[in-house]
Design a protein around this ligand. Structure first.
Ligand code: GDP
Length: 443
């Protein structure tokens, strides 16, 4: 997962600082030396690191820190705030023209994830009640038009294409005209990428720019390419005024340099982060939340948002009531697992919880998505009666369930034991809480 190395290194530095009652200038210098190395190792631009350290140092040796009872914590707070600033401070929103449609032009190298992003952004806009139109302007990559059409088909968003014999400038112009006529409020233009920046590519996208006068020019860069991503952003920005950057492949093990340097180097804000190949794996980029994630403080806000959009509130309430009354069955258990899985890969969810990166780094810790599928298979192999009343699951039933789910009796035994333990805990817990909250306290 992205930033893992950086997070671990920064946590080590701050772990040492936190314990200290007083911080000497030497302590701060030593810590900053380590932060500097950690950032350089995460492939953050050299000059960006230098400025960042200078700013943090200036604040960290100040009187405020010395007056504090927990100077280490104050330093962490300073670093946190500076990281937020480095990534742009506040969230940069997508443009919205007051004369619809809002035209968004995608730019970037081949393979960066432009076409995928075009589909993802359309889905996001559609979920917010907008009516986007996609324009297939990449006529050079053989499968790009088809890819966009497939994506559009998946989400039920129309794709305007004139094949690969018409110039992209004409395609874009006609597409925008059609969007106006048909009442689309957003137009997303996919354009051609090349393996490297070349003049013909720049010239063409400049012509499209002149023809459609976009409200937003989004540069799509692959975060896995680190410093190279920043160089690409710089050259594009010099030629074509960008209004935003989208970082893709943040689910990979990128060291984070691109996310931390691109705003400082180009002045262009990061607007979105793409975290996987699936069409819903796109997030608005929040500098504050990203800074928290990098420091291993988690990102509960994003997690809660994910829960709000993906979890069925009625079902969740019902499950909660059943847990309180210890009426929880294997069916509910399955239901609960399905709800959690809707939130995304467990690995990504853990990164959003404070301190979980430490757990992940522990020896022997492994997220086993297969184990989850095995658990599901076991529960699905139970009969209705067994799910409702696990007490009746005797040895011969266990053997049948194991055979049905492609597991063994030991796996089935283990799951039933875990389920019973969980129920016992719920009983004790609901006993303590009573029907209306903790016993004896809180009015
Ligand atoms: P384009 O040439 O810029 O249009 O790039 P594509 O949209 O075709 O993407 C290139 C490859 O990267 C495809 O295999 C995508 O599935 C993949 N991809 C795009 N975005 C992401 C992402 O956020 N995470 C991962 N893991 N893969 C991505």
């Amino acid at each position: 997962m992205a930033f893992e190395g950086l997070t671990t290194r920064l946590q080590n530095v701050f772990g040492k600082l936190r314990g200290k009652g007083k911080l000497s200038e030497d302590d701060v210098n030593e810590a900053m030396r380590e932060v500097r190395l950690a950032l350089l190792e995460a492939d953050v631009n050299f000059k960006v690191v230098k400025d960042f350290i200078a700013k943090v140092k200036e604040k960290a040796v100040g009187a405020e820190v010395q007056k504090s009872f927990t100077p280490g914590m104050v330093v962490v707070d300073i670093v946190h705030k500076e990281l937020i600033e480095l990534m742009g401070g506040t969230q940069a929103k997508l443009a919205k023209s007051n004369k619809p449609p809002t035209v968004i032009l995608m730019a970037g190298l081949q393979g960066a994830g432009k076409t995928t992003l075009t589909g993802k952004l359309a889905k996001l806009l559609q979920s917010q009640g907008h009516k986007p139109l996609l324009i297939a302007g990449d006529i050079y990559r053989p499968a790009a038009i088809k890819q966009l059409e497939v994506l559009g088909g998946q989400i039920d968003v129309p794709v305007f294409s004139l094949g690969d014999k018409v110039s992209p400038v004409d395609i874009a112009g006609q597409g925008v005209q059609l969007a106006k006529e048909q009442g689309h409020d957003y137009v997303l233009i996919d354009t051609a990428g090349r393996l490297q920046i070349d003049e013909a590519l720049m010239e063409e996208i400049k012509q499209i720019h002149a023809a459609v006068k976009p409200d937003e020019v989004l540069l799509v860069v692959d975060a896995m390419t680190g410093q190279e991503a920043v160089n690409v952003a710089k050259s594009f920005h010099e030629q074509l005024e960008l209004t935003g950057v989208v970082l893709t492949k943040l689910d990979g093990d990128t060291r984070g340099g691109a996310a931390l340097s691109v705003k400082a180097v180009t002045g262009c804000p990061i607007k979105f982060a793409s975290t996987g190949e699936k069409i819903d794996q796109l997030e608005a980029f929040h500098p504050d939340r990203m800074a928290s994630r990098i420091l291993g403080m988690g990102d509960m806000l994003s997690l809660i948002e994910k829960a709000q959009t993906n979890i069925d509130a009625e079902k969740a309430k019902d499950l909660e009531r059943k847990m309180r009354n210890a009426e929880f069955t294997f069916d509910d258990f399955l239901e609960q697992m399905e709800q959690v899985r809707k939130l995304g890969p467990l690995d990504q969810l853990l990164d959003m919880m404070p301190g979980m990166n430490k757990l992940k780094a522990a020896p022997g810790f492994k997220i086993d998505e297969k184990q989850i599928s095995r658990t599901e298979a076991i529960v699905k192999s139970m009969t209705k009666a067994e799910k409702a009343k696990p007490d009746i699951i005797n040895f011969s039933r266990r053997k049948r369930i194991a055979a049905g789910s492609g597991t063994n009796v030991a796996d089935v035994n283990k799951l039933i034991r875990q389920f019973e333990d969980m129920k016992k805990m719920m009983k004790q817990f609901s006993g303590m809480m009573g029907p209306k909250g903790p016993k004896g306290g809180m009015k």
